[in-house]
Design a protein. Structure first.
Length: 285
């Protein structure tokens, strides 16, 4: 497929601007609106591992062939399961934990995405935008929580992960898992309010909770927060993860890289954009 010289440089020029300007501006915006982010508080002391949230999530996202295995073993999210609930053997017996995208305040997947297909919305959810994705899968490599998954068996593969039911939120509803949880283990709301509620629960019942809100500071803070009756490492959560956001750790490194190394992704992305532009033109003809 031929690429016109004009189309190539036009696309590459726009890409260079986006890479050099767009990302820092997006990161700054996330910091400025952090107190207005929305999220979900998962209270592990209320969860009974009914797996209802898994069914609700599957239904909300059109996974009609969803089937929960009998006596499910330890599982990770995959291209057909945006959330899973596992039981962990802990110092207090079996304790459940729900796994899904953490919706970081400053997501590493967003920062790593050359086309901004991974996008942190103003309200909190981190979403994947199919029309912008070039299939590099850098988001999968960069995520400190190993969440984005690729549809390897599909002829038109997508990146799949929890999007906090962004469509429902846009319609004034709340995430399906939080809406239907029979034990009210999931609470949706403004992140700052969720943190206040979590601290209140810890203060009022110190014997019931570990004195920590997982996600308040981890990886720079996340929109998904956890309360637990046992140490978080007993639930498979990484307790050694730094409090600085992953994009924040790269600032000094990026400034020290030679310009040619920084421009290489722009060149590759320019080719990709120009190819799309050329293909669209041929279709119109």
């Amino acid at each position: 497929m031929s690429i016109s010289r004009r189309g190539f440089f036009k696309a590459m020029g726009a890409t260079a601007v986006a890479l050099s300007v767009g990302k820092p501006m997006a990161a700054e915006a996330s910091l400025q609106t952090e107190n207005e982010l929305y999220g979900v508080l998962y209270d592990g002391t209320k969860c009974v591992a009914c797996h209802g949230c898994e069914y609700d999530c599957a239904e909300a996202h059109g996974f009609t062939d969803f089937d929960l295995p009998k006596n499910p073993p330890f599982r990770k999210t995959d291209d057909k399961h945006r959330t899973v609930v596992n039981l962990y053997q802990t110092s207090k017996g079996e304790v459940p934990r729900k796994i899904q995208c953490m919706h970081c305040n400053q997501p590493a997947c967003d920062a790593a995405c050359l086309t901004q297909a991974m996008h942190k919305t103003e309200g909190g959810p981190v979403i994947w935008r199919e029309d912008k994705c070039m299939g590099c899968r850098y988001c999968m490599i960069s995520c400190p929580f190993d969440i984005p998954k690729f549809e390897y068996e599909s002829t038109n593969p997508r990146i799949v992960k929890c999007d906090m039911c962004i469509d429902r939120i846009n319609e004034g509803e709340i995430p399906a898992c939080a809406y239907n949880c029979p034990e009210e283990a999931l609470l949706y709301g403004k992140r700052s309010d969720l943190i206040k509620e979590a601290r209140k629960r810890i203060h009022d019942n110190p014997e019931q909770y570990v004195d920590h809100i997982y996600g308040e500071h981890e990886a720079g803070g996340t929109s998904w927060l956890y309360l637990s009756s046992v140490p978080f490492d007993e639930l498979g959560l990484n307790t050694k993860i730094q409090h600085t956001s992953y994009p924040g750790l790269t600032k000094g490194f990026i400034s020290s890289i030679a310009p040619v190394d920084i421009l290489l992704p722009a060149v590759l992305l320019g080719i990709y954009e120009a190819t799309k532009l050329n293909a669209k033109t041929e279709e119109e003809i």
